[in-house]
Ligand binder design. Structure first.
Ligand code: ADP
Ligand code: ZN
Length: 623
C-alpha cells in the first residue's frame, strides 16, 4: 500500500499536513526522526502510517495511560488492530494482549516506559519483530523539561537489547534547543532527521483581558460559547472550587479537577468532561497531561500561570481538531503576587545545592517576568509567544486580541511626575524604602493606620493623587516599572525605587504615554446582560441546524459504543459533512476525516440523517 492510500483509506484525509510526509518517508527508509511539532499538528499519523506499511510490530512508548486508551480506541475505530499494555490491565487482559501481540495480531502496541525493562516485554519485542519504535512526548527524557520521567532513560537500553535495532521516531510538542539535544543523546537516535514544524497554532485566537470582575467576565464569555467544550484553569484548588460552584449556580454544565480530590472523583469528573456530559472543566494545572480530547473550543486562564511554557501548553489543549479555538487569559496584578509566592514556596529539589537552588529560583522569576510581559504587551500576542519560543515574528498576526483590539494612547506624564517625586521623597525620608501599596495609599491621601504611624501624611506628596482609584495608580506604577523608570526590589518585602532614568521624566521633559485597551462594551454596562443578538457568534457555522443534528447523532452513537464523541468523528469532520451534505456513500467518503472503516460503520446512519434533514428543512437549509 502507498502512504497516500493509507492516509485516505484509514484516516480519511486527502493531503498530508506540513512535516508529516518527510517524517513518514524517513521512517520508511530506516532513518531515525525527531519530530518537534505543535499540538494538533498531527504527530500520530507520522508513526501510524509507517506502522501500517512496515513489516512487524510498531511499539509506541507513551507516558500516559489515559492517552493510550484514547489512541487505541481511535485506531480500532478506523480498523487498525492496536492494543496497549499498562498497569490498568487485569492479569487476564494482560495475558490476552501479550499472546496476541507475540502472535502478530496487532500493528501497533502502546506501552508505558516502565514496561520496557521487563524480561516479558523484551521477549515479546523479539518475537513480534519490532520494526519501529515511536517515542511519544519525547521531552520526558530530559531533565530540562517540565515533565521529566526517569523511566524514559531506559528506552536506549531497551533498543540496544534487541537483536535488530528498529527505526526510532521521537515526537514532542515542546522542545527548546537543550531539550532537543537531550532527546537525541539520551534516546541515542542515529543520524536523525530533525523536523521542526514551528510552534505556531494558527487556529488559536489569543487574548489577554484585565477585567474588573473576572467572574462576570467569565460568565459572559461562557454565554458566548454555549454548546462548546472548554477548560477554565485556576491557580489554586480553592479558586477551582469557588469558580466551579458559581458556574453551576448559574446553570453552566461544569465539573472540576484538582489534586485535592480523591482518585475516584477525579476520574469521574475527567470522564464527564471527556465524554461531553459536562461541557466546562474548571481545574488546576493538574488537569490536562494526557487529555487527548480534541474538541476543546476554548481555554480560559482565570489566573496567570507562572511561565509561558505552562501557558502555551495549557492553552494549547484547545483546538486540537484544527477548528478555531479561543484562548483567553484573565490578568490581574494579584496574579503576579500569587505566582511569586508559588515560585518562592515551590518544593525545592532536594538533590540541588544551595547555589543551584538559587539559580533555579532566579530562572523561574525571570520566566515569570516574561509571562507578565505577555499580559502587558500591546503588540501582537502570537508574535510575543513565538519569539519567546525562539521563532521569527510574524507581525502582526491579525488573529489575536491585540491585533484585533482597540487601543487608546494617553499621555500620563503629569501622573508619572507625581509618582516619581513621591518615591523620591519616600527614599529620602525612609532609606529602606516602602512597598507599592503604601506608596499608593500615601498618594491617595489615605488615613490608614500605617500611613499615619509612619508619618507619611507629613510628606509634601501626601494626597497629590486624591480621587484616583487605587487600581489606576497601580497600573501607572506598573507601567513606570516596565518602562524602566521605577524598579521593585526582590525579596520578602519588595520596595519601590527610582532608577537613574527617572530623572528624564522629572527634570528633562521626557513624556510618558500609556497604551490602554478600550474597555469592552459589557464591562461599561456593568453587570447588565447582553441581548441575544449580541452574544451570538458572528458567523453562523456553529448555529447551523444540520451541524447540531450531526452532533446529536454522533453523541448517540458514541454513547452506544461507550467512547468519547470525538473518537466517532471530529468536529472538523462534522463541519465538512454539514458543508458537503453527502448523498451517497462515495460522497460520504470524500468528507475529510472519513475513512473506509468509519464509512462502513457509520455511513448509512449519517447519510440517512442528512437525507431526512434535507427533506424537512428545505426552506431553511439554503441561505
Ligand atoms: P498531535 O499528536 O500532534 O497533537 P494528532 O495526531 O492528535 O496531533 O492530530 C490532531 C488532529 O489532526 C486529529 O484530529 C487528526 O485527525 C488531524 N489530522 C492529522 N493529520 C491530518 C491530515 N493530514 N489532514 C487532516 N487532518 C489531520
Ligand atoms: Zn496578533
Amino acid at each position: 500500500m502507498e502512504k497516500q492510500t493509507a492516509l485516505k483509506q484509514y484516516f480519511g484525509h486527502t493531503a498530508f499536513r506540513p512535516g508529516q510526509e518527510v517524517v513518514i518517508d524517513a521512517l520508511l527508509n530506516g532513518q531515525d526522526v525527531l519530530g518537534v511539532m505543535p499540538t494538533g499538528a498531527g504527530k500520530s499519523i507520522c508513526y501510524q502510517i509507517p506502522a501500517l506499511l512496515l513489516p512487524g510490530l510498531t511499539v509506541v512508548i507513551s507516558p500516559l495511560i489515559s492517552l493510550m486508551k484514547d489512541q487505541v480506541a481511535t485506531l480500532t475505530q478506523v480498523g487498525i488492530p492496536a492494543a496497549y499494555i499498562n498497569s490498568s490491565l487485569s492479569d487476564a487482559q494482560y495475558q490476552t494482549v501479550f499472546r496476541r501481540a507475540t502472535g502478530g495480531a496487532y500493528r501497533i502496541l502502546y506501552v508505558a516506559p516502565e514496561r520496557l525493562a521487563t524480561a516479558d516485554f523484551r521477549s515479546l519485542a523479539v518475537q513480534a519483530a519490532v520494526s519501529l519504535v515511536a517515542v511519544d512526548e519525547a521531552h520526558c527524557v530530559s531533565q530540562w523539561g517540565q515533565d521529566f520521567r526517569p523511566s524514559y532513560l531506559k528506552i536506549a537500553a531497551f533498543l540496544d537489547g534487541l537483536p535488530r535495532r528498529p527505526v526510532v521516531g521521537a515526537f514532542t510538542a515542546t522542545a527548546t534547543a537543550e531539550v532537543s539535544e537531550d532527546i537525541v543523546r539520551l534516546l541515542q537516535l542515529r543520524g536523525p532527521l530533525v523536523v521542526t514544524n514551528g510552534f505556531d497554532r494558527p487556529n488559536l485566537y489569543f487574548e489577554v483581558a484585565e477585567p474588573r470582575h473576572k467572574m462576570t467576565y467569565l460568565s459572559h464569555f461562557l454565554d458566548q460559547h454555549r454548546d462548546q467544550c472548554g477548560i477554565v484553569y485556576c491557580a489554586t484548588r480553592k479558586t477551582v472550587e469557588t469558580v466551579c460552584a458559581k458556574l453551576r449556580e448559574q446553570g453552566v454544565s461544569a465539573t472540576c479537577y484538582h489534586a485535592g480530590l480523591g482518585d475516584e472523583e477525579r476520574r469521574q469528573n475527567q470522564e464527564a468532561f471527556v465524554y461531553d456530559r459536562e461541557t466546562v472543566m474548571v481545574a488546576t494545572n493538574a488537569f490536562g497531561m494526557g487529555i487527548d480530547k480534541s474538541n476543546v473550543s476554548f481555554v480560559v486562564h482565570y489566573n496567570m500561570p507562572k511561565n509561558l511554557e505552562s501557558y502555551y501548553q495549557e492553552a494549547g489543549r484547545a483546538g486540537r481538531d484544527g477548528e478555531k479555538a479561543h484562548c483567553v487569559l484573565l490578568f490581574s496584578n494579584r496574579d503576579v503576587q500569587m505566582a511569586k509566592f508559588l515560585i518562592r514556596n515551590a518544593n525545592a529539589n532536594e538533590t540541588l545545592s544551595e547555589a543551584e537552588r538559587e539559580q533555579v529560583l532566579q530562572r523561574d522569576l525571570m520566566r515569570l517576568e516574561q509571562m507578565v510581559g505577555y499580559c502587558k504587551t500591546t503588540d501582537c500576542l502570537r508574535s510575543y509567544l513565538l519569539e519567546y519560543f525562539g521563532e521569527a515574528r510574524i507581525l502582526p498576526c491579525g488573529n489575536c486580541g491585540n491585533c484585533k483590539g482597540q487601543f487608546t494612547e494617553r499621555d500620563i506624564t503629569t501622573e508619572a511626575q507625581k509618582i516619581l517625586s513621591a518615591v523620591a521623597r519616600v527614599e529620602k525620608r525612609y532609606p529602606s524604602g516602602l512597598g507599592i501599596a503604601l506608596v499608593i495609599q500615601m498618594l491617595r491621601g489615605s488615613k490608614g493606620q500605617r500611613v499615619l504611624r509612619l508619618g507619611l501624611d507629613h510628606l509634601s506628596t501626601y494626597g497629590i493623587m486624591r480621587g484616583i482609584d487605587q487600581q489606576t495608580i497601580r497600573s501607572y506604577i506598573d507601567h513606570l516599572i516596565s518602562e524602566g523608570y521605577l524598579e521593585q526590589t526582590d525579596g520578602e518585602y519588595p520596595v519601590l525605587r527610582r532608577t537613574v532614568r527617572s530623572s528624564d521624566v522629572l527634570f528633562h521633559g521626557a513624556q510618558v504615554t500609556l497604551k490602554e485597551k478600550q474597555i469592552g462594551r459589557w464591562e461599561r454596562a456593568s453587570g447588565s446582560r447582553l441581548s441575544k443578538s449580541e452574544i451570538r457568534p458572528a458567523d453562523g457555522t456553529a448555529e447551523d441546524g444540520l451541524f447540531q443534528m450531526l452532533r446529536d447523532l454522533r453523541m448517540q452513537l458514541a454513547q452506544k459504543e461507550g467512547v468519547p464523541a470525538y473518537i466517532v468523528f471530529s468536529n472538523a469532520a462534522l463541519l465538512d459533512m454539514a458543508a458537503r451534505r453527502p448523498r451517497s456513500m462515495a460522497e460520504f467518503l470524500a468528507v475529510s476525516g472519513v475513512g473506509q472503516v468509519k464509512a462502513r460503520r457509520y455511513g448509512a446512519q449519517f447519510l440517512r440523517a442528512i437525507r431526512i434533514w434535507a427533506q424537512q428543512g428545505t426552506d431553511t437549509a439554503e441561505d
